[in-house]
Design a protein around this ligand. Structure first.
Ligand SMILES: Cc1cc2nc3c(=O)[nH]c(=O)nc-3n(C[C@H](O)[C@H](O)[C@H](O)COP(=O)(O)OP(=O)(O)OC[C@H]3O[C@@H](n4cnc5c(N)ncnc54)[C@H](O)[C@@H]3O)c2cc1C
Length: 414
């Protein structure tokens, strides 16, 4: 019998866990190394929204593939509940957004051509208000909507899949085992070091996302920010605890569980949170300076800038969804790992042939994790494409030396 090759997966967030599971299915022996505990990075601090409405063929197809995986998850893994709630993603446009609405028409056509059949363009405000009566009607122009988009339950996904890994005979995991050194010779990695000792494998996969440059600095030194430009960017989420009451007070017949993810052209977004949609979660796309050397502790705690940012976002949200009258309560924070063109790096290193990475998810790593796992499995089989339900995806899009601009640059980001 052939002896299984060993993959060393570094990081146990949702990407590391799903990649591990996928490689076990392909017959690999997997050793997973995690600096602290399961899901201790962005995966448990995420808005966890999942959509297929992107701006490139590769992203749309990757996300269709992921959403189909999420739909099968509960049955495949015997999980306690589903992987995602498909409340839809709703992008409304007002008269002041007329240029963006014209672009949305074209985008919907492109998305349908790339295989996203569920996306719709709505240009009759009365019908939009019938369906979503909470939207500000003044000057409403139209909307785009995809009903199979929604949001995930990442903790359920990574704990369930990790539990399956633990029962697999070819799986070993070491928590509290940060990789602190990388040994190599003649262009190949021979071992990684942790405080508990060396770990060797045939291939090594960096699944640390926002920590990607901190880890690969051990390999590439100070050139790393040029070779692998994955910027750790802090993001916030703000929660409105009185959402359900306020929505029902204004629209008694609207079920809060049917409230979709609402995305505004100014980068503010909001979705319901909790089993009864008791709260509303709000985020805001903005670009802070990178925190290159952030630690696990830096992921939490209050930040002086969060209140000002939250107030500004709340003002914009309340203009679009006028029921949002009372101020937000709790705030959470975490790090994106953002690349210049908002596509992840899912690729081998060009200098060290047995070093791979699946990092830089630019704020969409929860939703992309099933695709990322399949893409890594394909690369390790020597393949350059992934076949999805909507067509094939060329993995060169996620390569180390891809051109950062052009048709593969993802612009529909939050
Ligand atoms: C506020 C916020 C909102 C977000 N919203 C969304 C969203 O709506 N939809 C979406 O899809 N995504 C969203 N994201 C992004 C998403 O959370 C990430 O892309 C995703 O969780 C990345 O998963 P990961 O497994 O790659 O990384 P992580 O979950 O960060 O896991 C990386 C792991 O690597 C470990 N590690 C680090 N260094 C080492 C080392 N040297 N040795 C060993 N282990 C190490 C860490 O401890 C960590 O457990 C959001 C993120 C934030 C912060």
């Amino acid at each position: 019998m052939a002896i299984a090759k060993t993959a060393v997966v570094i990081g146990a967030g949702i990407v590391g866990v799903l990649t591990t599971w996928r490689l076990l299915q392909d017959g690999w022996h997997v050793i997973q190394l995690e600096a602290t505990t399961l899901g201790s990075g962005s995966s448990s601090r995420s808005a966890a929204c999942a959509r297929q409405q992107f701006s490139t063929a590769a992203s749309v197809r990757a996300m269709i593939h992921s959403v189909r995986w999420f739909e099968r998850f509960q049955q495949c893994f015997g999980a306690a509940g589903p992987a995602m709630r498909q409340v839809g993603y709703f992008y409304p446009y007002w008269e002041r957004d007329a240029t963006a609405f014209t672009a949305a028409r074209q985008l919907v056509c492109d998305q349908q051509a790339w295989g996203l059949r569920d996306v719709e363009l709505w240009d009759q405000p009365s019908l939009i208000l019938e369906r979503f009566p909470f939207v500000n009607p003044d000057g409403l122009l139209g909307a785009r909507f995809c009903g199979t988009d929604g949001f995930c339950f990442p903790d359920r996904i990574f704990t369930t899949v990790h539990a399956h890994c633990l029962r697999h005979p070819q799986f070993e995991v070491r928590m509290q085992s940060p990789v602190v050194g990388i040994e190599h010779s003649s262009g190949r990695i021979s071992a990684v070091t942790t405080p508990q000792g060396k770990v060797s494998g045939d291939v090594y996969i960096n699944c640390t996302n926002a920590w990607a440059t901190q880890l690969e600095r051990l390999l590439h030194g100070d050139d790393i920010r040029t070779l692998l430009p994955v910027q750790p960017l802090r993001r916030f989420l703000w929660f409105f605890p009185e959402f359900r009451e306020q929505l029902l007070a204004a629209h008694a017949n609207f079920d809060p569980l049917r409230f979709p993810m609402v995305v505004l052209t100014n980068g503010v977004y909001a979705r319901p949170e909790g089993p009864q949609a008791n709260q509303l979660m709000m985020g805001h796309a903005h670009t802070p300076d990178p925190h290159w050397n952030f630690t696990h502790v830096d992921q939490d705690g209050s930040r002086p800038e969060s209140d000002d940012l939250g107030e500004a976002a709340w003002f914009l949200l309340a203009e679009a969804v006028p029921i949002m009258q009372s101020r937000f309560g709790p705030t959470t924070t975490g790090f994106y790992g953002t690349t210049p063109n908002h596509q992840p790096y899912i690729c081998a290193d060009s200098a060290y042939g047995n070093w791979y990475r699946s990092v830089g998810f630019s704020g969409h790593g929860v939703m992309m994790s099933p695709f990322a796992a399949d893409a890594m499995a394909a690369l390790l089989r020597g393949e350059q494409t992934v076949q999805t339900e909507a067509g094939s995806v060329d993995l060169a899009v996620f390569g180390q030396h891809r051109v950062q601009t052009g048709v593969h640059a993802e612009t529909a980001v939050l």
